[in-house]
Design a protein around this ligand. Structure first.
Ligand SMILES: Cc1ncc(COP(=O)(O)O)c(C=O)c1O
Length: 415
């Protein structure tokens, strides 16, 4: 790491800067690297037998405890989803299964780097605003190292995510309001009480954890670069992190092209997609990023993890989509719900609603003819279906209740 650069005004900060936002314009910061120095160390990649996110230490901006970190985060499987792909005529569909992280979502990637950063700078209380997963994830990772976590969520956050955060011992504050209210309150409280604020997008270290997902996909594919990666998107940090990982690989010369980073959103929470479409409609030459204002919406989707009014990493995500040539795909709640049992039945991977959005988006792209049958497509499965069983039940239906008699089984089979 050699410093920070603002996504909006491009102002730079030295590596010893400890703030979160650009002091010049308030924009989000990107952590920058001396790629020549990183390139000298990349033969160390993958030599760590305990495989985790820290296997990619040369690309991380924190001290690396390696296998000494008490939880294994990252190094999740990339499955060739043949049956699921065949249902749409796709020959090269893969699922990156991030549901197997310790708190069952991609958020652990960001939490572990944020917590390590907090430890590096001597902070001992970490806060976060969350739709649910970032909170349960931070609580999990903080518990593993004995740090205090304070979690701000909207009071409507799914019960499973709250139960996780509480079980891990976090102080959970359920705010009467939406995610955006929780975000603003977390920031005010963190500033007032001096907590290390891990909130998504706001804290530049979150992107650095999420980017490692790209490295793992690249390694699982034996160095091949996918044609497109479909990322479920709310704040846009998962998406900007995915893009950053491929940019890092290109920066050190390990790859020579970047996949299209596609943005899967709910039609009722589509601020980033709306912004990209407006920019594309008005022409792509010489975009002045300082002048780009990311849209705001009134989010209402059932996919709580991607229900965001004001995306907190919006500009970085918009840039990632445009610069990678990615698509923006908006799908309805009905499409998202239908995708849950479809993915589960045809792949064995069980997604929460947000994590089913990429598959719903791929189906939409097939209908729109924007995806070819032989493209190498990766869908990021970012959170487990167990996090929101209400939605899964709505989509998959109820069990058949029968008498404890063989006749009852015969009756069901005959129906
Ligand atoms: C399961 C899941 N998928 C996708 C997302 C979207 O990530 P981002 O808000 O960075 O766009 C989240 C964020 O909470 C999530 O929990």
């Amino acid at each position: 790491m050699n410093g920070y650069r603002c996504f909006s005004c491009a102002a730079t900060q030295a590596a010893d800067f400890t703030g979160c936002l650009c002091p010049s314009c308030g924009g989000n910061l990107d952590i920058t690297y001396d790629y020549e120095a990183v390139a000298e160390n990349i033969e160390r990649l993958g030599t760590d037998r305990a495989r985790s996110l820290f296997s990619y230490a040369p690309f991380l901006p924190v001290k690396t405890p390696g296998s000494r970190f008490p939880l294994r985060i990252g190094a999740t499987p990339l499955y060739a989803a043949r049956r699921l792909g065949r249902s749409l005529g796709l020959r090269n569909l893969y699922l990156k299964d991030d549901t197997v992280n310790p708190s069952a979502s991609s958020k652990d990637r960001a939490s572990v780097i944020a917590v390590q950063r907090a430890m590096d700078i001597g902070a001992n209380i970490v806060s976060v605003a969350s739709t649910g997963n970032a909170g349960s994830s931070l609580a999990c990772v903080a518990a593993a190292v004995g740090m205090r976590a304070i979690v701000f969520v909207p009071e409507t956050a799914p019960a499973a995510k709250l139960a996780q955060a509480l079980s891990f011992g976090a102080t959970v504050l359920a705010v009467r309001g939406n995610y955006d209210d929780a975000f603003d309150l977390c920031r005010t409280a963190s500033d007032e009480f001096g907590w290390f604020n891990r909130s998504t997008g706001y804290n530049p270290f979150t992107r650095e954890g999420k980017k490692i997902c790209a490295f793992e996909i690249w390694e699982s594919l034996d160095g091949r670069v996918p044609d497109r990666i479909v990322v479920p998107t709310g704040d846009g940090n998962l998406l900007s992190g995915m893009w950053k990982g491929w940019c890092d690989l290109k920066g050190v010369g390990l790859i020579n092209r970047i996949p299209k980073i596609d943005c899967a959103q709910s039609a009722s929470s589509a601020a980033i997609s709306n912004t990209v479409r407006k920019i594309r409609d008005s022409g792509l030459s010489n975009i002045d990023w300082t002048a780009v204002a990311v849209d705001e919406v009134n989010a209402t989707t059932i996919a709580d993890s991607i229900a965001v009014d004001r995306p907190r990493d919006g500009l970085a995500a918009v840039r990632a989509i445009i610069e990678s040539g990615g698509e923006t795909i908006t799908v309805s709640d009905e499409q998202i719900l239908a995708a849950i049992p479809e993915m589960a039945r045809l792949s064995g991977v069980f997604p929460e609603p947000a994590a089913a959005a990429p598959w719903a988006a791929v189906k939409q792209m097939r209908r729109d003819n924007t995806i070819e049958t032989d493209e190498l497509v990766v869908c990021l499965v970012s959170g487990s279906g167990l996090k929101d069983i209400g939605s899964a039940q709505k989509a998959a239906g109820e069990a058949l209740v029968i008498d404890p008699a063989i006749e009852a089984v015969r009756h069901v089979l005959a129906a």
